[in-house]
Design a protein around this ligand. Structure first.
Ligand code: FEO
Length: 392
């Protein structure tokens, strides 16, 4: 147990070894934590659990430090398995324990566990008196699941925000004033870019709604990573900025190359962008971590994508990246495509179509080169980069 404030404690799990999340989808370079909380008052409340593989030590820890029979109710802010995975094991021990969750949470608990438990549905503004503290619920649908909810502990003035404001970041420490700020913000941004980008409009609306409530918030305790106790509103302000069609005015050139020709084009295009004074990164999609690439795209205003043509199509990592980009629904980004080919040359059009489907505005006709670019064609790629720079 780690004391968060007065009678509010962290009872979660640090997962130092986690390297992939959502299956093999999302890279977690610094591990993660599954944050569960206990509020000890006249009633004792557990908020969320931890991921399934850690259920035994989680429950043993609760038994040792709290005593399972002393838990009066559990709040399920979100049913994704990283937070609800230990729930069925806990409910085996405490079958009548009242569960509080959103309406969608009740449906999703049923879909995940297929049991009849003592479910109590709450909506925004509903509250439970605990004695000195009061729980107030705030539904946060699609941030990032339909069931997502935050729980505000009035009295302690702690917002248990679930996934929002979290990071996949295991550290010896639990509070934002104790950790490396660059690491913290890098992980917070990686998390936002890869998970919350499609919901940015909802993020902005929810921040407005919560701010209008004028709640005194002394601590924001998310369900992953570090807890914000030093100026907790800094991460809310940052989310507001990230949710506002964020970019840093840079350009990213991402490419995949069979024999190096598309790579030569990529580097020449990057040179053209640099000639115009822009910050640019040229990164090989086959070699660079995809979650990191998504964060680079999140930061960029321009996204230029290149793939060699292979079997009338595009290369595999390019296809995977373009699908990720499409699903994340980035806003306010411009793009273009390029690539080398041998005889058919479809890649440039395919990439361009995928970028359009992703909502990226195409501001230049794609450029393609047969086999290996000549010095004149390299110059054309440099000019392509310079022309693109004018649109950024
Ligand atoms: Fe951390 Fe959406 O679960």
């Amino acid at each position: 147990m780690i004391k968060i404030k007065d009678n509010i404690f962290w009872v979660g799990k640090k997962d130092w070894e986690l390297r992939k999340f959502h299956g093999e989808e999302f890279s977690t370079h610094r591990g993660s934590t599954y944050n569960s909380y206990i509020i000890k008052d006249k009633k004792t409340v557990l908020v969320d659990t931890v991921w399934t593989p850690f259920h035994r030590e989680f429950i043993d820890n609760l038994e040792e430090n709290i005593g399972l029979k002393n838990i009066d109710l559990i709040v399920v802010n979100h049913t994704e398995q990283d937070h609800s995975g230990s729930l069925p094991y806990l409910m085996e021990k405490l079958p009548n324990l009242p569960i509080y969750c959103s309406k969608n949470g009740a449906l999703l608990i049923k879909r995940h566990f297929h049991r009849d438990w003592n479910i109590n549905i709450v909506k925004t503004g509903d509250s439970i008196d605990l004695g000195d503290n009061k729980l107030v619920f705030v539904e946060m649908p699609m941030l990032h699941w339909p069931d997502s909810m935050a729980t505000y502990v009035a009295g302690g003035n702690v917002l248990l925000s679930n996934d929002a404001f979290g990071q996949h970041y295991a550290s010896p420490y639990m509070f934002n004033d104790q950790v490396d700020q660059c690491e913290l913000y890098q992980e917070a941004m990686l998390y936002y870019a890869n998970i919350l980008t499609p919901f940015s409009r909802l993020v902005k609306a929810k921040i407005k709604e919560i701010t209008a409530l004028n709640l005194p918030i002394e601590i924001i305790a998310p369900s992953h990573g570090i807890i914000w106790r030093d100026n907790p509103m800094q991460i809310v302000e940052k989310y507001d900025q990230w949710a506002s069609d964020y970019h840093e005015g840079t350009v990213i050139v991402i490419y995949e190359s069979m024999w190096g020709a598309t790579k030569k084009m990529a580097l020449a295009i990057a040179r053209g962008l640099e000639n115009k004074g822009l910050g640019v990164k040229a990164l090989n999609m086959g070699k660079y971590d995809k979650s990191d690439l998504i964060m680079e795209i999140f930061k960029a205003r321009g996204v230029i994508v290149g793939s060699s043509t292979v079997n009338n199509g595009i290369q595999g990592d390019s296809a995977a990246m373009l699908e990720l980009i499409r699903c994340l629904k980035f806003k306010n980004k411009i793009g273009a495509s390029f690539g080398s080919y041998g005889w058919s040359g479809e890649s440039v059009k395919i990439v361009e179509t995928r970028l359009k489907e992703a909502g990226i505005e195409i501001v230049a006709e794609g450029i393609k080169v047969q086999y290996n670019p000549s010095p004149e064609e390299i110059s054309a790629c440099v000019a392509f980069g310079e022309a693109f720079a004018e649109k950024v």
